[in-house]
Unconditional design. Structure first.
Length: 364
């Protein structure tokens, strides 16, 4: 069977070039006589792999020298606890609720202190980003947390919230490396790698150095203290070695493709193809306020659950897989991350157009 177009929200499509390189190096990584899966994380060979991965990521994002890059485990979900454990000095933080993951982060923070809901879009099933330009933010907050791109609902903060000088913490799991970013506007950026970077099992944390301290909440485990990992260069314990190796290859691929400005342009073009069709279609429609549409995750529906199911089934048979939407939205969702080629989106739109023509008789 040939390769399909994988529109999964995560784990997601990886660049084919990266997969082929990894396959070539599987049994013998650059003359080491072993696979990266087999080598010690303390070896000189692996030390080069993880250092080069960090250096390339720093170059891509232009990360300032006063920020640390940590390769951790536990996904973004573990960061929901790690953030308040390390940053909630006054035991009070603000959360903007724009989807299930933002809500889970908010709920987890309530275990460690007072989590203040600053704004929410739950009233319309998270189909928009609330106005965050003039939030009423208490002076005694330790930080303000957002989920910048909402994988399930397909929304994106195109303007960062005004935090009144408070540290901004952002879950960027499904938009990291999709566009240039001014890292200095954040105190912490974190994201699971399995959406727009690499395989499942790696979480990347970019954190300003002044936020890495020994002053953490009582009872915080050693493994959940940022200082532990910063002091040990992400090698306090055995890291997800192979996942970091693949991430490093993706970073190199992005650099070879021209960097994040080029990726943003390509992502805008891919998203426009799909959104333009949804806006003109009599059968399919998007579920998100136009001004808040994500470039990475595009949910859409027909308005007929049976027709949605038929579309998903026929699309899979045609080589377009993992299009089923999240249960809280229904319908379909196409995740068109960096590694999804333009050709994949073009062919999906052509299939959707054909499906609409063949099913005009169905009552919506």
């Amino acid at each position: 069977m040939g390769r399909v177009y994988n529109f999964s929200a995560g784990p997601a499509v990886l660049p084919e070039e990266v997969l082929r390189e990894a396959a070539d190096e599987m049994l013998d990584y650059r003359g080491s006589g072993m696979s990266v899966m087999e080598m010690s994380h303390r070896s000189k060979v692996y030390d080069t792999i993880i250092r080069e991965a960090e250096e390339t990521l720093r170059e891509l994002l232009e990360i300032p020298s006063n920020y640390r890059v940590l390769f951790l485990q536990g996904g973004a979900s573990q960061q929901f606890a790690m953030i308040p454990m390390n940053l909630m000095k006054r035991k009070k933080a603000g959360y903007i609720i724009t989807g299930q993951w933002a809500k889970k982060a908010y709920q987890e923070a309530q275990r460690y202190g007072e989590a203040v809901k600053l704004a929410s879009s739950e009233d319309r099933n998270f189909s928009y980003i609330p106005d965050c330009s003039r939030l009423e933010i208490p002076d005694d907050l330790d930080y303000v947390h957002i989920c910048e791109n909402n994988t399930i609902y397909g929304t994106k903060f195109w303007e960062l919230p005004h935090t009144n000088g408070h540290t901004l913490v952002a879950d960027v799991s499904s938009c990291i490396l999709s566009e240039p970013v001014d890292v200095s506007r954040y105190g912490v950026l974190y994201g699971g790698a399995q959406k727009n970077i690499g395989p499942a099992g790696v979480v990347i944390v970019i954190i300003r150095e002044d936020l890495i301290t020994e002053d953490v909440l009582p009872g915080t485990p050693t493994m959940l203290t940022y200082k532990t990992h910063a002091d040990n260069d992400s090698l306090y314990n055995t890291p997800p070695c192979y996942g970091i190796y693949i991430c490093g290859k993706v970073f190199q691929w992005l650099k070879k493709m021209g960097g994040l400005a080029v990726m943003k342009e390509q992502n805008e073009q891919k998203a426009k193809l799909l959104y333009d069709f949804l806006d003109e279609s009599a059968m399919f429609s998007g579920t998100v306020a136009a001004k808040d549409r994500s470039l990475m995750n595009v949910p859409f529906v027909t308005g007929n659950a049976q027709l949605d199911e038929k579309f998903i089934k026929e699309a899979a048979c045609a080589g377009f897989v993992n299009l089923k939407g999240h249960r809280s939205v229904g319908g379909m969702r196409a995740s068109i991350y960096n590694a999804m080629p333009r050709e994949g989106v073009e062919k999906l739109v052509a299939f959707m157009r054909k499906f609409e023509e063949e099913n005009r008789h169905v009552s919506l």
